[in-house]
Structures are given as structure tokens and as C-alpha cells.
Design a protein around this ligand. Structure first.
Ligand code: PNS
Length: 163
């Protein structure tokens, strides 16, 4: 049986930590869908379509291809997407106890709702403190985020700040 996993998130913007999780998920599962979800609890920096584009470019430039597809989901529960495409597993990166506290209720709810399991991957220590919110803050204040995000994101943010 083909294993299909979903790597969901806001990805606003995609970071090197996200890329690491996606790459590792793509080695564990036959097929991976990266799903950009609008999280109403967070005020967004980038439109969802741009986030999808930046993930696609970043994956291509990192040579992560073949079994990874990027899409978005905005019409309901994430588990509905999983059921629609036949995915049984969600993959999330866990950097710290804060992430465990944030992710645990979601994992339990997703399992209760539709029997979708969540697999947590520990970070590459190099990316353990990288978050999209940190990147947004540094970028919005004019700082250099190139150590935290893929080159495609750095280029995009540089172009945006030049305009
Ligand atoms: O990168 P984020 O913002 O931490 O990702 C959180 C996300 C988008 C994965 C989560 O908010 C989510 O799954 N939203 C979809 C709506 C949903 O299914 N909610 C119930 C699950 S707890």
C-alpha cells in the first residue's frame, strides 16, 4: 500500500526548519502533500498563493522533488483534506516543549475526528530556534533572514523591500 502523509502549516514564510521536515517526511513516506492552511489565529504576512509558490521554488532549488506536492486548503478541517486524498498521517516538526503543548491537542482532535495519526519529527539542531514568526519580525524590521529561510524566500523578501 502507498503511504501518503500531509505536512500542514501556515508556512508564512517557509523556513529552513520546514524544509528539513518536508525532506525527511519525503524519505519516510511514499508520497507527501505539503498543505498551506490559512490560520485565522495568526495575522498573515504573505497571501496563501505566494506561500505555495515559495515552497515549490524552495523544494525545486533544494532538489526535493518527485514525491512532494504543494497545495492549499481553506475550506474546512485539515482532516477533511486528508480523507479526500487518502492520507492517514500528519507530519509536524517539534522544536521545543512549547511546540509539544501547542501540537498535542491538535493531534488528539485530529485522531478523534478522523483517525488521522500525527507523527512528530525532532528538528535538525541547526534549525531548532527558527520560526516563521521570528522571520516575519526580523524581515519587517529590515533585518537579514537569509540564515533562516531558503534562498527563494530571501530573494522574494529582498525584492519586496526594494519596491
Ligand atoms: O503553522 P501553523 O500555523 O502552526 O499550522 C497550524 C495548522 C494550520 C496546521 C492548524 O491550525 C490546522 O490544522 N488548521 C486547519 C483547521 C483544522 O483542521 N482545525 C482543527 C485541527 S486542531
Amino acid at each position: 500500500m502507498t503511504s501518503l502523509a500531509v505536512v500542514p502549516g501556515s508556512f508564512d514564510p517557509v523556513t529552513l526548519g520546514h524544509l528539513d521536515v518536508i525532506e525527511r517526511a519525503a524519505r519516510i513516506f511514499d508520497e507527501v502533500h505539503v498543505v498551506v492552511v490559512h490560520n485565522p489565529a495568526k495575522s498573515a504576512m504573505l497571501p496563501v498563493a505566494r506561500r505555495v509558490e515559495l515552497i515549490e521554488q524552495s523544494l525545486a532549488e533544494a532538489g526535493i522533488n518527485g514525491n512532494v506536492t504543494v497545495t492549499n486548503w481553506s475550506v474546512g478541517l485539515l482532516v477533511d483534506y486528508c480523507l479526500e486524498v487518502g492520507a492517514t498521517v500528519l507530519v509536524k516538526g517539534i522544536r521545543s516543549e512549547v511546540d509539544v503543548t501547542y501540537e498535542t491537542p491538535m493531534a488528539i482532535v485530529n485522531r478523534n475526528l478522523a483517525n488521522i495519526e500525527t507523527v512528530f519529527l525532532l528538528p535538525n539542531p541547526a534549525h531548532a530556534y527558527v520560526s516563521s514568526s521570528l522571520v516575519r519580525q526580523v524581515s519587517e524590521l529590515g533585518g537579514d533572514v537569509s540564515a533562516y529561510v531558503p534562498p527563494a524566500v530571501t530573494r522574494f523578501l529582498d525584492e519586496e523591500s526594494a519596491n
